[in-house]
Design a protein around this ligand. Structure first.
Ligand SMILES: [Fe+2]
Length: 177
């Protein structure tokens, strides 16, 4: 879901108090050992119930960065089962077209994120406008997409991945453009 995550484990801060309940809930889902598709649905339910505000990021982080979306690792589970990132998108910023190495759940905390969906021949198959408070979850295969901020204000989203992103370096399996 992101091309922006290159943080290393030493950069991962202690879990923010506002994420404590969410982390506990995701651990509970992981312990159910459901398949990826089901896990994404269940984790999305928990993110809806525990969605933080944009203040989960510092004021400096919320400003974003030039060039590409800025990713901030907020939590990486020590057993590698999941991690939580905040992403900040200035107007016009976009991911490349990509799919994922694991299940993903995304909640929008500020702004609006435009999502383009593609089939495995890269034919456009749909678009979505993801607004503040909306949460979506999905899992490979059939997960090729691109996200961009086509609004006029900075967008912020919280991403939960079914792996430790500080170890894999990215949630993307492959880029298509
Ligand atoms: Fe993605």
């Amino acid at each position: 879901m992101t091309t922006a995550s290159t943080a290393h484990r030493r950069d991962v801060p202690a879990a923010r108090p506002a994420l404590t309940d969410l982390i506990t809930a995701v651990r509970y889902v992981i312990a159910m050992r459901a398949d990826w598709a089901r896990t994404a649905i269940l984790v999305a339910d928990q993110l809806r119930a525990h969605l933080p505000g944009p203040g989960i990021l510092t004021a400096g982080q919320r400003r974003g960065q030039p060039g590409r979306p800025a990713g901030h690792v907020l939590h990486a589970e020590t057993d590698g089962t999941f991690s939580i990132l905040g992403l900040v998108w200035r107007p016009g910023q976009s991911t490349r077209i990509h799919d994922h190495i694991t299940w993903c759940v995304v909640g929008v905390l500020a702004g609006t994120e435009h999502e383009d969906l593609f089939d495995n021949q890269l034919n456009p198959i749909g678009t979505r406008q993801n607004h503040v408070g909306e949460v979506s979850g999905f899992a490979p295969p059939g997960d090729i997409h691109r996200i961009r901020n086509d609004g006029s204000e900075t967008a912020i989203s919280l991403h939960i991945y079914g792996t430790d992103i500080t170890r894999t370096g990215s949630s993307a399996r492959r880029y298509y453009n």
